[in-house]
Design a protein around this ligand. Structure first.
Ligand code: PHE
Length: 469
């Protein structure tokens, strides 16, 4: 048998896994989702989920991946065919996230050029030009395709040379730029209102939808619940310390999300922009902030959108990799063929997503393609997937086997591993179930409820036919 590709170096793996976690989820999605869900209380619940659910699930995914050295589908199938569907739903989820992620990645790429070309120098028109841009039926699609082609170029070269190098160079740059923007935002008049909005919880507005949004955001942001970290773990050497890596990646991801919040909200409150502004938030607030600065603002804005694009890239390559690894491991495709096949399907999904901003294309319960893919993945597939992963690990693989993997055959020891196992065996599955049911019920006030139910139905169908997969 061919020896499995491995990460070139320890730092390479951490950077790639942190690169997967840190992406549009932190910088684009977290701020606007927090804004739409009331701010402080959402952030508070999100942080609790990161610590109790996110950390535990990530450690589980790394252990499952490295244990069998097989990617998402293989890690389940090699154990028991009845569990194959968890991996398959993960691959499907990879397709669906990649059915909208590159659209936003394309926006970020386009904004590099818009800033450089001086198109975003007038703060008055930045908001309306964003709307005009994303509702255009042609131009954002071209940017999305360019963005996808960059993904193909990275993933078709294979794990260590492509993904690793991109992550290693560009992650630190992102962190520095975000800190700079946050500091700048905090010096503006009235900015403290933004800090209060972000960190002062008001639990009166919390309902099932808010809690599910926080749980979904935790899974999405940490790249959990769809086998991505299982796949990355499968390339990890047996000497690595799983607990340390998990802790570092979780912490890094959370710091970037909070920094993005700090970069956005103080400035918004200072400019009088509504926190509920939605998906346009980063693309409107950041350019206004820099346009107001004049002078060096342009250079800084350029750097910001470069960093945003790179953060998006190191995440979307990991999504693409889950699907590609499936085609390579389970369908015996060459890496190149797998990459091109997967991205062609993703490009088609993205065209529907992009068009839905202009109101073009099919709708379901009043929602367009972009919203449907987002709802299905972030609210349903990831959370339920994470729950299944925990059930599989806790009940099927069992404590002894998992501990052997996590402690590197007993050479490491951690006292909290008993708590961790209790969490993944009982607490995480029960929590996800309760949060999902409440979130879906609340979702029936909008079209979101029925779409989330369809997501559950898809998972049920896959689990029913799983033995044949
Ligand atoms: N975590 C990534 C982000 O925050 C998105 C992602 C989700 C990547 C699931 C892989 C798997 O942007």
């Amino acid at each position: 048998m061919q020896k499995r590709e491995q990460w070139g170096s320890k730092i390479g793996f951490i950077m790639a896994a942190a690169g997967s976690a840190v992406g549009l989820g932190n910088i684009w999605k977290f701020p606007f989702t927090a804004g739409q869900n009331g701010g402080g209380a959402f952030v508070f619940i999100y942080l609790i989920f990161i610590v109790l659910v996110g950390f535990s699930v990530m450690l589980t995914e790394f252990a499952l991946g490295r244990r069998r050295q097989l990617a998402a589908v293989g890690a389940f199938k090699s154990e028991d065919r009845r569990w194959t569907f968890v991996g398959i739903v993960g691959v499907l989820c990879g397709f669906l996230i990649m059915g909208f992620y590159p659209v936003v990645g394309g926006w970020a790429l386009a904004y590099i050029f818009k800033v450089v070309a001086g198109l975003l120098n007038n703060p008055e028109t930045i908001g309306s030009s964003f709307d005009a841009f994303i509702t255009n039926p042609g131009i954002p699609i071209i940017w999305m395709i360019i963005y996808l082609v960059i993904n193909i170029a990275i993933v078709s070269r294979g794990i260590s040379s492509g993904i690793e190098r991109a992550g290693k160079i560009l992650m630190p740059l992102l962190l520095i730029i975000l800190i700079g923007i946050a500091v700048k935002g905090l010096t503006l008049p009235n900015s403290f209102e933004g800090v209060k909005f972000l960190f002062k919880p008001d639990f009166s507005a919390v309902d099932g939808k808010v809690v599910l949004a926080a749980l979904g955001q935790a899974f999405f942001s940490l790249s959990l619940g769809m086998g991505c970290m299982i796949t990355y773990g499968s390339y990890l050497s047996k000497e690595e310390n799983l607990v340390g890596n998990t802790g570092f990646i979780t912490a890094m991801d959370t710091v970037v999300a909070l920094l993005a919040g700090l970069a956005m909200f103080p400035a918004m409150f200072s400019f009088g922009i509504e926190p509920t502004a939605g998906p346009g938030l980063v693309f409107v607030v950041v350019p206004i902030l820099f346009a107001e600065m004049g002078g060096a603002g342009n250079t800084l804005a350029t750097l910001f959108f470069i960093a945003l694009t790179v953060a998006a890239l190191t995440s979307s390559v990991s999504l693409l990799e889950v699907v590609v690894a499936y085609f390579i491991d389970e369908r015996e495709f060459s890496r190149k063929k797998a990459t091109v096949t997967a991205s062609t399907i993703m490009a088609i999904l993205c065209i529907f997503s992009s068009l839905s901003f202009g109101g073009i294309g099919p709708k379901l319960f009043g929602k367009g393609a972009f919203d449907i893919f987002d709802l299905l993945t972030d609210k349903i597939f990831l959370a339920i997937g994470g729950m299944m992963i925990c059930l599989f690990a806790g009940w099927k693989i069992g404590k002894e086997e998992l501990l052997k993997e996590i402690t590197n055959e007993g050479t490491l020891s951690y006292s909290f591993l008993n708590i961790w196992f209790f969490l993944i065996k009982y607490i995480v599955p029960v929590t996800v179930a309760i949060v999902a049911v409440n979130g879906i019920l609340d979702g029936f006030h909008t079209g979101a409820g029925p779409i989330m139910l369809i997501g559950i139905a898809i998972i049920a169908v896959f689990s029913a036919i799983s033995k044949k997969l």
